[in-house]
Design a binder for this molecule. Structure first.
Ligand code: KG4
Ligand code: ZN
Length: 337
């Protein structure tokens, strides 16, 4: 079964063709990131206009790369939430018109579930149920993944998302956007235990997150340093201490969830899953508890449509297809089909 997936929830315009939920025949991603950089964050209007300009070209490129024609497709899958409303609408409208004109089923996909699926697609035989952690620019969700399409929310952020905290702290330190990769790279040169920022664990055993206090702690620390421009070493030490605080909380809560729900596998998806310290520390701590941590292949860490088309296969075989009145849902929860 060959499915064309469409993804336009944020700043990546993406299309992919995936066979039987796992064989990726093509995976085309065009990002508008460069146009957002000067503003220090994603500008919804720019993202939407970019999607409108390129969605048809990206979809055609994905079909061409997969060497298949539209009449060979079995379904059209699209992210219908969560995300930026204008951005989502471009993909949803495009997918609806394709579905209608080609007379192929339409499959609406939850972007956050697809991030989890991107990990399951990257590795063979991860046993379910498992704990899932989605960490991106807009989301921090801890879930119990009962099966590909059945999720139970265990915790989520009460304020900033993990990636958002990386981006905001990078701005405070004058490092540029997006902050995650820059902070990750700088932190490798951090001097040991120079600075310590508080970890927000919330109440005992809580699986929720909070990162805005940490961001404020970094801001106050920065303000206490009188010189206008930070030295390179100061940037490195602050960035490193901040990253440690974020990673420790993510790791501890993911492992706590695995213990609490007696599962052996932890899967981590979304942009922040690229973070090398998160990967190392989670692998280490999970192993101490007899668990194993899995991350997506590098190409599936960022937003992409392969994870959309891949997950759609499981919806089609369960006959969970959508109507043409599918709506974009900006705040779609991770546990909602
Ligand atoms: O999933 P994603 O590509 O887009 C959405 O937000 O949906 O995630 C982007 C986020 C940004 O906040 C970026 O700073 C962060 O992922 N990020 C990282 C790393 N690479 C990207 N954060 C920490 N370490 C990284 N290596
Ligand atoms: Zn995403």
């Amino acid at each position: 079964m060959k499915i064309l997936g469409i993804e336009t929830s944020c700043d990546e315009t993406a299309a992919a063709v995936v066979s039987n939920g796992k064989i990726v025949l093509s995976n085309t991603v065009l990002s508008s990131l460069d146009f957002h950089k000067e503003f220090g964050g994603v500008i919804p209007e720019i993202a939407q206009r970019f999607h409108m300009k390129f969605i048809d070209k990206v979809a055609l490129k994905a079909l061409k790369a997969a060497k298949i024609k539209t009449d060979e497709l079995d379904a059209i899958a699209v992210t219908y939430g969560p995300g930026l409303v204008g951005a989502l609408l471009v993909g949803v409208s495009f997918a609806k018109s394709l579905s209608y004109s080609l007379n192929k089923p339409l499959v609406g996909i939850n972007h956050l579930q697809a991030h989890i699926y991107s990990v399951l697609m990257s590795h063979k035989g991860i046993k379910l149920p498992c704990v899932g952690l989605v960490v991106s620019g807009g989301h921090t969700n801890l879930v119990l993944v009962k099966d590909f399409l059945n999720y139970k929310t265990l915790g989520q952020t009460q304020d900033d998302a993990a990636g958002e905290a990386f981006d905001k702290v990078a701005k405070i330190l004058g490092l540029g956007y997006p902050g995650g990769p820059i902070i990750n790279k700088l932190s490798r040169k951090k001097r040991k235990e120079k600075i310590y920022f508080p970890r927000a664990y919330l109440s005992k055993d809580s699986l929720d997150f909070s990162f805005s206090g940490l961001k404020t702690a970094v801001l106050y620390y920065r303000k206490k340093i009188r010189n206008k421009k930070l030295s390179k070493q100061q940037q490195i030490d602050i960035a490193g201490a901040f990253q440690d605080a974020v990673v420790d909380v993510l790791v501890d809560k993911a492992v706590l969830a695995a213990k609490k729900y007696k599962v052996k596998n932890i899967v981590v998806g979304g942009g922040v899953s690229r973070n090398s310290s998160l990967r190392e520390k989670l692998a280490e701590k999970a192993a101490l508890e007899g668990c194993k941590a899995y991350f997506p292949l590098d190409v599936y860490c960022q937003d992409n449509a392969a994870m959309i088309a891949g997950l759609a296969y499981h919806k089609v075989i369960r006959k969970e297809v959508s109507d043409l009145d599918l709506q974009a849902e900006t705040s779609l929860a991770i546990d909602k089909k």
